[in-house]
Design a protein around this ligand. Structure first.
Ligand SMILES: [Ca+2]
Ligand SMILES: [Ca+2]
Ligand SMILES: [Ca+2]
Length: 492
């Protein structure tokens, strides 16, 4: 931007130039050093009119004495209205023998400052970057053999009024994004605006939008609702007016699921806390295990546990799987790998409360675990804030006896060492034999450590006999008396 460099300099710096002189230059025996002591130039705020008188005096002095070099004649632009964002050509008459020409452009006809000052050898030049809505004056003079001519007569022209900015492009959140958190940083493309208006609304017609007045290209809006479709648009304004609205983009905020579940295997019926033996042993895998176990369509498949290994009631026990089932077809329409804490709270793998991009159809929600029987709440949910406490006896559940009763709460049945959704003690495909196989198959008192399906009570050790073994819970959970009994996961 060439314009307005003068604002960085005190006006008194220009006084010699205005008089057509350079510092120390001698014209007719008057030096610039003398000129600086002219009272008109000492007080910058008072210099305009006296300076012109002074300049006029000099010109008269020159005129009466005759100048050695002729000034050019400005040719164009003289009059007219021009777009300052494109190159504007300036031309003047040639002066025979000229070494160069110096042209100046200013909004001040007295040239107390110059928006543009160019010295060129040809008789034309181009200027870009002047202000909108302005009247400019320009002049030119010749330099020949180190001698400068007087300034030419002035020509003037106008610049176009500033146009309103164009509608901005929208960037973020991308149109149609789902699962957006309730604090959203909106971003859009640059427009030459001094003020930006951002509107966010649950209504595509923006009848009562949230309005933010801002500047620049981004703005954060907090406190949006969970599970809500939002529409947004942006416009900007400057001295020239207000832009049209941008296109309208939409996004959906995440649904917050306040999820609690107990796993019977590690649950202590007295404290109602689950043991975190596999975490203490360092066995909880960093990456969710359900994809590898054959559960397709996990929305956050392969996601890593990023929380630090905190201890206490909020220590993580294991990965669980949240599953959304279509309310009429029962088809699985969403799966998320999550982490359950010792106190039953289920969190995202990064430790934050569960927020998910909710299915677009009404669903029931089930919780599954790799060696516990999954269970489903029979309430139909839509997007929003979803309470899902599978530990409460009052929560309506799908099926018969879907969960175990432990110390007044509910827990997912343990004992599915084969992970097939069925508890079986004897016969083909039972859950007992894999435990024996895991410890070697011959010596029942052997144990083996690891993150394994056969570790029914999730203490990190597979144990077939003795205290806290993994076999007895299977028999107990199928009824305890009839070894041939089965227990099936109550999922549609
Ligand atoms: Ca907790
Ligand atoms: Ca089984
Ligand atoms: Ca065990």
């Amino acid at each position: 931007m060439i314009s307005h460099m003068h604002t960085m300099l005190p006006k008194s710096r220009y006084r010699m130039d205005d008089a057509g002189m350079r510092e120390g230059e001698t014209i007719r025996g008057i030096t610039a050093a003398v000129a600086t002591r002219v009272p008109c130039c000492v007080l910058p705020n008072m210099f305009s009119l006296p300076l012109r008188s002074w300049a006029l005096g000099l010109l008269l002095l020159r005129a009466t004495s005759g100048s050695a070099v002729d000034a050019p004649t400005p040719l164009m632009p003289c009059g007219g209205v021009f777009d300052p964002t494109t190159f504007l050509g300036f031309a003047w008459s040639a002066v025979p023998g000229a070494d160069s020409y110096t042209m100046e452009v200013s909004m001040d006809p007295g040239f107390s400052f110059a928006d543009v000052s160019q010295t060129v050898t040809q008789t034309s030049t181009g200027v870009i970057g002047l202000f909108f809505s302005a009247t400019y004056y320009w002049r030119v003079r010749t330099t020949d053999g180190g001698v400068q001519s007087a300034w030419s007569a002035l020509c003037s022209f106008n610049t176009l009024n500033m146009p309103a900015p164009p509608a901005p492009e929208l960037y973020v959140p991308a149109d149609g994004t789902t699962g957006v958190l309730t604090s959203v940083t909106f971003q859009w493309g640059y427009i030459p605006a001094t003020a930006i208006e951002l509107q966010v609304s649950t209504d595509i017609n923006f009848t009562s939008p949230t309005i933010a007045y801002t500047q620049g290209q981004l703005h954060t809006v907090n406190g949006l609702l969970y599970g809500q479709a939002y529409y947004w648009r942006v416009r900007g304004s400057n001295l020239g007016g207000t832009s049209p609205w941008s296109v309208v983009w939409s996004f959906n905020t995440a649904t917050a699921v306040a999820l609690r579940v107990y796993l019977q295997g590690p649950l202590n019926s007295g404290t109602l806390l689950m043991n975190d033996g596999i975490r203490v042993a360092g066995l909880v895998p960093v990456v969710e295990p359900y994809t590898a176990l054959g559960y397709p369509g996990i929305a956050n498949a392969g996601i890593s546990r990023t929380v630090l290994p905190v201890a206490g009631n909020n220590a993580f026990v294991d990965w669980v799987l949240l599953e959304a089932r279509h309310s009429t077809t029962n088809a699985v329409v969403g799966r998320w790998a999550l982490l359950v804490q010792r106190d039953g709270d289920v969190m995202l793998p990064d430790g934050w409360p569960v927020t998910i991009a909710f299915p677009s159809v009404p669903v029931r929600l089930a919780v599954r675990h790799r060696n516990h029987l999954g269970a489903m709440c029979s309430t139909v949910f839509g997007p929003g804030t979803v309470p899902l406490d599978l530990t409460l006896t009052t929560t309506p559940m799908y099926g018969t006896d879907p969960t175990a009763a432990v110390g007044g709460v509910r827990a997912l049945w343990s004992g599915d060492a084969t992970g097939n959704g069925e508890l079986k003690y004897i016969g083909g495909g039972n859950d007992r034999d894999p435990i024996l196989v895991a410890i070697g198959g011959s010596t029942p008192t052997n144990t083996v450590n690891g993150y394994r399906l056969e570790d029914v009570n999730l203490d990190g050790t597979v144990k077939y006999t003795g205290a806290n073994n993994d076999r007895d819970p299977i028999l107990a959970n199928i009824g305890g008396s009839t070894p041939t009994a089965l227990r099936l996961a109550q999922l549609p």
